[in-house]
Design a protein around this ligand. Structure first.
Ligand SMILES: [Zn+2]
Length: 671
């Protein structure tokens, strides 16, 4: 029996032969392709010729081609069209791939060849992309400890094991602390203000626990309605404090010691690898580059946004005063913000949906890609699909085929929640042939029925633009090496194209070209467009300061010579300037800050705001010259085509003529 995953694909554009792939093909294909890739690596590392850029760095970049293709197919389907069998295979495959990766990163023979090329780089004539590839390849090994002696390698290995154990423990503690708490109420009056639909959920929760009445938990969908709608201030306070006390109550799930240990271990790891701090270690591989740059950025934004946050709070205080509250507390914020939002512009998703027909929105995005970058989309029936709902498009620029696009828009059992862009095949140039990418956009929009087309909420409209921005990064990719292509850029740069494209959803003239009532054809009225605009920036000052408090706290835990004697004191001191409400002594942010102590955002939380500044500043440039300006579009296209081949700041400056400016974000948010 032939395994289609082990043949070269006999399909148009060598697209994935979904019709022929069966579940039982994956595991044997992975095993054989991992062996084949290791064989390639061995040939590179045992090459008897002197190491050169071509026979080492380039050969490594091009190795494992078919393994990449099969991995992409498999893991994309595990997200978009999975089943028990695929999930089972994923469990078996993941450790194989981890082992494969560590066999490469710990291959000393291979590293000594890479190092030789790196040390002698001045003897080669390399173009910019090749220099970048060399630099990134070398650094990738060094950052994993390749330069350390055996004793220090062992130390690093132990630190890494401890780090992953302790971050896992951190997350488990937060989860256990969350699940441990519940608030039981029997009197409906105590829940006044909370919508009936939510109360029904609380009743369900109570029933599950064999209790009368209502049960509120610290799960977000249960907690948030209390903070947003409960007229009962004591209840808001009680729940907010319970939530803020998670893993900060000295009990069995307390995280304070784990924080101290994690901070210490990260510092040790950084020092072992020759960095001053963990933040220095992380940021070396980011657009922002250094902790100084990030802190300057966060503090500049703090100074400039704080007056707007204070204004937000002032506006809410007037409402609170009418209820006899003289000093607003953090647990009053969401409640009064909701009141004010209702007063100012009460409108709901349902009102807008008839104006946003999925087909029309997609047409608009395609049109935008045409206007800005000269792309054309042609639906095709010649490409095999993994599900009947998927649509396939050929993308052209003039005569030239640019990419294949899979559009997979509707929810179904085997698809995970959310929206994302991914690719089945990367773009790269090999032996003079430009291999064009196969890109996929996956969403969860309501399916059309026989009477109604698929209609989107405004939020879903921006989601489609967002994912399409990522897709364009992939579609336009034009680099030599697959690992520097398309969205393979620095972590704090990758959201620029996606968030950039979202800006067009707020351009009234453009919006009116496609926001038309699906039954009457009526164009979205101006007052509704105004509401969209206003609600976007509602409480933006306060939200900005909240994000900044997380960003600053994160940077401080990973700064040079950090010493955390007491978590609460450290936290209070660090974020003092970002606070607009009094601090509650019983609560802490750090002990449930899973983004940085469990997940991968350590020394990276700033990137949310960083990316916003990038996209606001890029779009500001267009706004000043016309949002479809051909010359600026062309410059932006160059940035997208370049992928990770150049330093992102350099790419950005080539496009914009200067570094991104915080002012552009302030202007967009606060006018
Ligand atoms: Zn994104």
């Amino acid at each position: 029996m032939t395994n289609p995953l082990l043949q070269s694909f006999n399909t148009k554009y060598q697209s994935a032969p979904f019709a022929e792939i069966k579940e039982e093909h994956y595991l044997p294909a992975f095993k054989e392709l991992i062996d084949k890739s290791l064989q390639e690596i061995q040939e590179i590392s045992q090459n008897s010729e002197t190491p050169t850029f071509e026979n080492t760095i380039e050969a490594l970049a091009y190795s494992g081609e078919q393994l990449d293709v099969v991995s992409n197919i498999f893991f994309n389907l595990n997200s978009a069209e999975t089943n028990d069998e695929i999930q089972q295979i994923a469990q078996e495959v993941s450790p194989l791939l981890t082992e494969f990766a560590s066999k490469i990163s710990q291959n000393e023979q291979l590293f000594s060849r890479i190092k030789k090329v790196y040390d002698e780089k001045d003897h080669y004539t390399l173009n910019e992309e090749q220099k970048m590839l060399l630099e990134e390849t070398y650094k990738g090994f060094v950052r994993n400890g390749a330069l350390l002696n055996d004793e220090k390698k062992e130390q690093l290995k132990n630190i890494n094991i401890e780090l992953s154990k302790k971050s896992l423990q951190f997350g488990q503690n937060v989860l256990a602390a969350t699940n441990q708490y519940y608030k039981h109420l029997t009197n409906k009056e105590d829940l006044a203000g909370i919508p009936e639909a939510i109360l029904a959920q609380y009743e369900e929760e109570a029933k599950e626990r064999n209790l009368e009445g209502y049960v509120i938990t610290l799960q977000f969908p249960s907690l948030l309605p209390v903070l947003t709608y409960a007229e009962n201030r004591e209840l808001r306070k009680e729940l907010a404090i319970a939530n803020g006390k998670k893993s900060f109550d000295g009990g069995e799930f307390d995280n304070q010691n784990l924080i101290k240990e994690l901070v210490q271990l990260r510092q040790e790891k950084a020092e072992l690898l020759g960095y001053k701090s963990f933040a220095d270690y992380v940021l070396e591989e980011r657009m922002a580059k250094s902790p100084q740059k990030v802190l300057e950025f966060l503090n500049e934004l703090l100074t400039k946004a704080k007056p707007f946050a204070e204004k937000d709070v002032e506006e809410l205080s007037v409402l609170a005063k009418a209820d006899g509250i003289t000093e607003m507390q953090s647990y009053d914020h969401a409640y009064y913000a909701e009141k004010l939002r209702k007063q100012k512009f009460d409108f709901n998703d349902e009102e807008l949906k008839p104006y946003f027909q999925l087909d029309k929105v997609q047409e608009a995005v395609f049109g935008l890609a045409g206007k800005l970058f000269g792309l054309e989309f042609v639906e095709t029936a010649d490409i095999q699909k993994y599900h009947a709902d998927v649509k396939t498009y050929e993308i052209y620029e003039g005569e030239n085929f640019k990419a294949l696009l899979y559009a997979d828009y509707h929810p179904r059992k085997g698809k995970r929640a959310g929206a994302w862009m991914t690719s089945f095949k990367n773009q790269y140039i090999k032996n003079g042939k430009n291999h064009r990418p196969h890109i996929s956009v996956v969403c969860n929009f309501t399916k059309p029925t026989s009477e109604t087309p698929s209609l989107l909420t405004f939020n879903e409209v921006t989601t489609l633009f967002h994912e399409f921005g990522h897709a364009l990064h992939g579609v336009l990719a034009n680099t030599q090496y697959p690992n520097l292509s398309g969205t393979s850029v620095k972590w704090d740069f990758v959201e620029l194209p996606s968030q950039f494209l979202e800006n067009y959803c707020y351009e009234p003239e453009f919006l009116k070209t496609f926001a038309k009532h699906y039954q009457t054809g009526e164009v979205l009225p101006d007052e509704k467009i105004q509401k969209i605009e206003d609600s976007k920036n509602f409480m933006e000052g306060y939200q900005t300061l909240r994000q900044l408090s997380f960003g600053i706290l994160d940077m401080s835990y990973h700064a040079e010579n950090v010493k955390v004697e007491d978590v609460k004191t450290f936290e209070t001191e660090t974020i003092k300037a970002t606070q607009v409400y009094p601090t509650l002594a019983e609560t802490a942010v750090s002990t449930s800050f899973s983004h940085i102590f469990q997940g991968g955002y350590s020394a990276g939380y700033y990137s949310y705001k960083w990316a916003e500044v990038l996209d606001a500043d890029a779009f500001q440039y267009f706004k000043e010259n016309g949002v479809f300006d051909p010359l600026i579009s062309k410059k932006f296209k160059t940035l997208l085509e370049s992928g990770g081949t150049k330093d992102p700041m350099e790419l950005y400056k080539n496009f914009r003529g200067s570094e991104p400016k915080v002012e552009s974000l302030l202007k967009r948010a606060f006018g």
